[in-house]
Design a protein around this ligand. Structure first.
Ligand SMILES: Nc1nc2c(c(=O)[nH]1)N[C@H]1C(S)=C(S)[C@@H](COP(=O)(O)OP(=O)(O)OC[C@H]3O[C@@H](n4cnc5c(=O)[nH]c(N)nc54)[C@H](O)[C@@H]3O)O[C@H]1N2
Ligand SMILES: Nc1nc2c(c(=O)[nH]1)N[C@H]1C(S)=C(S)[C@@H](COP(=O)(O)OP(=O)(O)OC[C@H]3O[C@@H](n4cnc5c(=O)[nH]c(N)nc54)[C@H](O)[C@@H]3O)O[C@H]1N2
Ligand SMILES: [Mo]
Length: 726
């Protein structure tokens, strides 16, 4: 097999043509990809009214493999009615995530009752009746409502509105397993929960810290921005326990020179221990202060807590920093020197930062480091959580959180003369626990794979099994539909974004609201998410004050409501007519005034956490391969890491030698939560010794339900495990 030395490049280009052939020709794929709909994969923000494959600064063509895969999945044929008779539940359970995804598009509602051997197709009418009857029978706080981040603002808003008027705040989204720590950490320091800058700012930065993320696979279109920074002589400093090939060298497919010769991405690559970032970030800050390169006028004029932070840095010993990060003083100095030279620094991060029991503190430490040199509140610099799902940010903006923002709560109550519930809502894991204890009896999932994304997979399966009824609104089959079953499980097939009968809106990670045109339905059976929600609400509530639920089937009517109640979304009322996509006001900070009570940023200080794991254990991170989108696996091969299969553990050759283990050996991997037998070893020199890697979602059997107390996000990336020969 040819060794991959660069991310992107020809493999990505060949892949495009191969996919195009499978999907009925280059023209069909091109048409689908160029339609005016926001891209379906990550939250970098592509498409919308500028047309598919165009980013927010207008550069084209920005293609990525994942957007092709997602499109290909939606272009699949419908699952035939015979399928449900042919495949029994045990058979569905034996299918891999990839096989389930490739069964085809869901086109008719189906139901499964505990003990039955098969799912059975039912009519929409029957499905709605069953759901409405159950909801009428239960009290509202016995239900929960989980949202993934692919649905539109309109669908997300409508469903959370229904859940609240029905009477519960058990409304949450997959952020609790994703970027919640970013929102909480940014809010605690700056009073805002999202990126402080725009894509254009990033393009002009002269230094970018990329911490705990693998955008070469997960946000490929960010790579052209990183390339741009390097070409302009800027620095890209990568902090990651794994050397990701695509972050060393990447061939940007849309750039002929880069495609031929590749572009060096990282100018400095630092490999801390898993979970060592907080110590490392503190170390860089300490060094900056020792070098006298901090911005005292900025710190005194625009920040609170500088004296305490200064004292904390001075009192934290270098020995502790080096031990708890795994990085020596020389490397920390090299990073600090580069940062000290920069005039415009951007700090970007992903799951390597948030998936820890100290995820919020990690984010606060990043914000501290940026504030130390006044890199927030000026153009071409700032903080950038690289978001996951394509509309995860919009889903949060429109109120899909247990606690509504005060302004939204008040506006909803006064606009509609309704009374909203005030009992605290549960976060995602708390809903799973509520299901286990039978406090919760009903769940509805607007997309996603709640079972597959959960820590402690065995627990997740058991807890969902306690529910009376679980309803999934899905486009394709996933492991949740086979392993995450309640006493009664109903799957409702829905339309994808580019099949919606009316335009819908989405928000990118740069706070930019896009308009998707929708398009013709590819199959007769699926229904628009908005229609499904309105039908259920109509049967349960009929009318709530002035809200007639049947009328809420119109995306335009919902947008008019959004404009009235969601601060910053005023112009969505007319966006379908004006086509004017826009930046949400008040979220981009080009001047150093922040939405905190004092208008100043709040520096935070932290104890440095000890590294996870005892002697004889390794620290395990669970992550994504090149060929998957979350729990959906498109192909088993992990291209850039050059790993041929998924039932593997990646270990450094030195660790293998020390433990007397060898390549391809079958081992038992064990954590306090679970064990996996027959896992194969892959020697992987790119991981820092002492740390090991496995693929999510398969490895979720091993992930404990330990959460960061502030964000409620599980520590998916720092799991102590033992590895023993079988
Ligand atoms: N192709 C594709 N694109 C996606 C997704 C997908 O599954 N596939 N998922 C989408 C979603 S929802 C999300 S949230 C994002 C996820 O995007 P990423 O966060 O890039 O995804 P992960 O695979 O979880 O990768 C985490 C990276 O963090 C590193 N890491 C692990 N532990 C640590 C640590 O302790 N410190 C540091 N500094 N680094 C660490 C790992 O080595 C790895 O490179 O991508 C989005 N885009
Ligand atoms: N161990 C471990 N666990 C993790 C992570 C990790 O890194 N390690 N990452 C976590 C993260 S960052 C996240 S975001 C979660 C992911 O959590 P989720 O968002 O819950 O999971 P996905 O796999 O993205 O959901 C995919 C399913 O969504 C459905 N779908 C796709 N498009 C649409 C649509 O347009 N409408 C509707 N209604 N449905 C649609 C399809 O049926 C598909 O099977 O997992 C988390 N879990
Ligand atoms: Mo995510």
């Amino acid at each position: 097999m040819r060794k991959i030395t660069s991310g992107g490049g020809w493999p990505a280009v060949f892949y495009t043509f191969r996919k195009a052939r499978e999907m009925g020709g280059v023209f069909k794929l091109w048409q689908a990809m160029r339609s005016k709909n926001a891209c379906k994969t990550c939250a970098l923000g592509m498409g919308g009214q500028k047309g598919g494959m165009v980013n927010e600064v207008g550069s084209f063509p920005e293609v990525c493999k994942k957007s092709l895969q997602a499109m290909a999945a939606d272009l699949q044929a419908g699952i035939k009615p015979e399928f449900w008779q042919k495949y029994s539940l045990p058979q569905l359970k034996s299918l891999s995530p990839r096989e389930l995804e490739h069964c085809g598009r869901l086109v008719e509602p189906v139901v499964h009752k505990a003990g039955a051997s098969h799912y059975t197709p039912i009519t929409w009418e029957e499905a709605f009746t069953r759901i409405a009857e159950k909801l009428k029978e239960l009290s509202a706080d016995e239900t929960f409502w989980y949202f993934s981040g692919r649905s539109s603002n309109e669908a997300g808003f409508l469903l959370q509105l229904f859940a609240r008027i029905y009477g519960t705040n058990n409304v949450n989204n997959c952020s609790f397993y994703c970027h919640q720590a970013s929102g909480v950490g940014l809010a605690s320091v700056l009073g805002t929960g999202t990126a402080t800058l725009m894509l254009e700012d990033v393009e002009h930065a002269d230094c970018l810290f990329l911490i705990g993320g693998n955008p070469a696979s997960n946000h490929p279109r960010l790579m052209s921005t990183l390339k741009h920074i390097r070409r302009n002589g800027g620095e890209v400093i990568v902090i990651n326990p794994v050397i990701e090939t695509g972050l060393v060298n990447f061939s940007v497919p849309s750039d002929p020179w880069s495609l031929m010769f590749g572009t060096k991405i990282a100018s400095l690559y630092v490999q801390p221990q898993i979970g060592g970032d907080l110590a490392l970030l503190t170390g860089i800050a300490k060094k900056i202060v020792e070098m006298g390169k901090h911005d005292i006028p900025f710190l005194t004029a625009h920040c609170d807590g500088w004296p305490q932070y200064q004292e904390h840095l001075a009192n934290t010993a270098w020995s502790e920093i080096c031990e708890k990060s795994g990085i020596g003083i020389d490397e920390i100095t090299a990073m600090a020197k580069r940062y000290a030279k920069s005039k415009h620094t951007v700090f970007a991060w992903t799951m390597g930062i948030t998936h820890h029991a100290h995820g919020v503190e990690n984010v606060e430490a990043i914000a501290n480091l940026a504030l130390l040199r006044g890199m927030v509140g000026r153009p071409h610099a700032g903080l950038m959580p690289i978001r996951g799902h394509s509309n995860i940010q919009g889903i949060g903006t429109v109120g899909v959180t247990p606690k509504l923002k005060d302004a939204i709560f008040e506006r909803l109550q006064s606009t509609f003369q309704i009374k909203l519930p005030t009992t605290p809502g549960r976060d995602t894991l708390a809903c799973m626990e509520g299901a286990m204890s039978r406090e919760l009896k009903f769940g509805l999932c607007l997309g996603g794979n709640l079972y597959g994304s959960n820590p402690d997979a065995a627990y997740a399966g058991k807890s969902l099994a306690q529910l009376d009824q679980l309803v999934y609104l899905s486009t394709t089959l996933n492991t949740g539909h086979a392993h995450g079953l309640a006493r009664e499980t109903i799957i409702l097939p829905v339309l994808a974004r580019d099949e919606e009968p009316e335009p819908t809106t989405q928000e990118s990670m740069f706070n930019y609201v896009r308009l998707s045109d929708g398009g013709p339905a590819r199959h007769a059976g699926p229904m628009s998410e908005i229609h499904v929600v309105a039908e259920i609400a109509d049967r349960v509530l009929k009318q709530s004050g002035p809200i007639v639920w049947q009328e809420m089937k119109s995306a335009q009517t919902i947008r008019e409501t959004l404009a009235k109640v969601i601060p910053g979304l005023e112009s969505v009322a007319t966006i379908a007519q004006t086509k004017a996509e826009f930046q949400i006001p008040g979220r981009t900070f080009h001047t150093p005034t922040f939405p905190t009570p004092s208008g100043r940023a709040q520096l935070r200080t932290h104890e440095l956490p000890t590294l996870a794991g005892a002697p004889g254990e390794y620290r395990l991170m669970t992550l994504r391969s090149e060929g998957q989108f979350n729990t959906v696996v498109y192909e088993d091969f992990d291209l850039y890491r050059n790993i041929d299969r998924r039932d593997v553990i990646l270990m450094h050759p030195d660790d293998l030698q020390l433990a007397g283990l060898f390549e391809d050996q079958r081992v038992i991997v064990k954590s306090t939560t679970g064990e996996m037998q027959g896992i194969r070893i892959r020697a992987f020199k790119n991981v820092r010794p002492g740390n090991v890697v496995m693929y999510y979602p398969e490895a979720n059997i091993l992930v404990p339900r330990t959460v960061d107390p502030r964000s409620k996000t599980p520590a998916f990336k720092a799991i102590p495990v033992t590895v023993k020969a079988m």
